[in-house]
Write a new protein. Sequence first.
Length: 323
Amino acid sequence: MQGWMVLRHNRSKTFHQYARIVRAFYVWLQARPEIGQLSSEKKIETWLTMRARQGCAASTQNVEFSALRLFYERGLGVQLHGIDALRAVRPPTIRRAPSLEQVAAILPLVPNLYGYPCQLIVEWIYGSGLRVSEPLNARLKDIDWKESKFTVRDGKHGVSRVVPIPCCLMPRLAAQAEIARLVHLQDKANGVPVPLPRLLAKKYPRAPFAEAWAFLFPAKAPCEYEGATWRYRVHEAAIQRAFKAGVLAAGVAEDLTPHHLRHAWATHMARRTGVTLRDVQVALGHKHLDTTAGYVTPEVDRLPDALECLRRSNIVPIVMHRA
């Protein structure tokens, strides 16, 4: 199964998630010998029914179905029949987006944990509508300093895009770039490279030591991975903890994460005059416009008062309030 997913260029996170599901499915079957006598299709249906009764989300149930089907068909060589339409219906949800007042109260209170510029990263996430991992994966070559633009490379689903950078963040990002260059010079002298995507390190042997490929937000210390020493970038957990501390310090009652800043950016941009939903879709990197529409919170307060419209038109409502 892992070989098939590597052949399809699936991400390692996807494989680890699928492997965890298959292991849980195997343990569940071992504890129930009576289910082991059923067909493969019935085993999967029984598992998904059990998971639905436990209250798992529809998206989680669909991921587990995809993992088990891939394991049976590509791992065991068993062709499944009659369960292709077994998909949970995911109801539409309203995405939460912090208001302008909440964002303005949270951002100044985000601390710089572990010596990392967490506040700058969080402000960049909101200023450009980024995912939490996208500014962390930024290399020095990905920023156009003259045009104030950032190229997001190999984002979600492998989609790359170009987003604008707020002009107020450019001086601080330039200062962070100088810090990244100093770290790179030290690593180059010590023979510590940076990891490159896919097989670029073999194609360009000097690229791991090139300044252009250095991370904009490098980690404090090198790490050991697959028998080699690398200089990786800041981990997402540091940004999530710093943002959580800012939310608590601001006294915001809602349970917010850095990804909610992406929702807030989409909502606030869509409410501005001259910004179309298509522009927001391109900046967010969505394939379908319906996905972008789910990020935009409707402005219910701008809807007209129905009863007031009836009174102005001298039409008596059918249902009247009784004292």
